[in-house]
Design a protein around this ligand. Structure first.
Ligand code: C2E
Ligand code: CA
Ligand code: CA
Ligand code: CA
Length: 279
């Protein structure tokens, strides 16, 4: 009887989990169908360490759920990936980001926006067509769009499509960044196959500055590797002035993190950029 009771309550628990999952999935589907009406984009500045200037932003998606409040991307991106919603959602994001950032992007041909891509974008050539059209109909330069992807998304032993998609995007002049660098398990050999110009050093390595003298050499080695490969380097998750100073002294060109600015809506970004210009 105890086992039956346990089984029943586990069943109930599972049922509750599944229905909660389903309703999240259903409202995600509904919102995407309504032209992504409940989604917002927050922009986090990327800073050139030598000059303290903002050279671009990363676009980070937010879901303003009508009853549950703001839901973080880590919770809904995996769901959107599983049921094919990530592709229309990212299409909306790219369109909206370019709209919202028009003054910066068209005013400064060096200003760039970073877009996060999920694995599903690399299984077809649709993204290549989308982006090609986008730059054909605007005066944007492909280099103003940085496509961020982790190693996991691209490398597959049995399918060469992801790598081909990435190579085509790169050949068209879009800039490609390896996101969360150092957290994957592919070793270093993959770097030679990955057509990326930018390396984003994961926050866990930046965290070691000032806290973990034993692990910090790993950060130093990653930066050294990026420099030897003449890649652009962006340090992620910079939270303290010590971390910024250390990275600057090492010659890391770009940084991003709460120390400089948090991700924010476009109105706040505009005010932030204006302040920065005046200081
Ligand atoms: P990510 O691409 O590594 O983005 C950086 C994350 O670090 C963001 O979290 C940002 O808010 C956070 N962050 C920035 N500076 C700091 C800092 O100084 N300290 C700390 N502790 N965190 C910092 P967010 O916005 O919650 O996004 C989480 C992840 O969700 C992203 O990681 C990315 O993998 C994914 N994501 C976000 N937007 C999109 C999107 O439009 N499409 C896809 N496919 N994934 C997205
Ligand atoms: Ca990213
Ligand atoms: Ca990252
Ligand atoms: Ca990430």
């Amino acid at each position: 009887p105890l086992a039956a009771l346990l089984g029943a309550s586990l069943g109930l628990l599972f049922y509750r989990q599944t229905t909660r999952q389903m309703s999240l999935e259903q409202s995600l589907r509904r919102s995407v169908a309504r032209d992504c009406e409940d989604f917002r984009i927050h922009y986090q500045p990327i800073i050139e360490l030598e000059t303290d200037r903002c050279v671009g932003v990363e676009a980070l998606i937010r879901w303003q759920h009508p009853s549950m409040g703001m839901i973080r991307p880590d919770r809904f991106i995996p769901i959107a990936e599983r049921n094919g919603l990530i592709v229309p959602l990212t299409r909306w994001l790219i369109r909206t980001a370019i709209d919202e950032l028009a003054p910066q992007l068209y005013g400064d041909p060096k200003f760039h926006v970073g877009i996060n891509l999920a694995a599903s974008h690399f299984r077809t050539f649709d993204l290549v067509d989308d982006l090609r059209q986008l730059v054909a109909y605007t005066s944007l330069r492909p280099s103003q769009i940085t496509l961020e992807s982790t190693e996991r998304e691209i490398l597959s032993d049995y399918d060469q499509t992801p790598l081909r998609v990435m190579e085509m995007l790169s050949a068209q002049g879009f800039s490609i960044a390896i996101d969360d660098f150092g957290t994957g398990h592919n070793g270093l050999a993959f770097l030679q196959r990955f057509p990326a110009q930018i390396l984003k050093v994961d926050r866990t390595f930046v965290d070691t500055i000032g806290t973990d003298a034993v692990k910090r050499p790993v950060l130093d080695a990653i930066v050294d590797l990026g420099q030897r490969l003449t890649m652009g380097i962006i340090a992620e998750g910079v939270e303290t002035p010590e971390q910024a100073a250390y990275l600057r002294a090492m010659g890391v060109p770009y940084a991003q993190g709460f120390f400089f600015a948090r991700p924010m809506p476009v109105a706040d970004l505009n005010a932030y950029l204006e302040d920065l210009e005046q200081s």
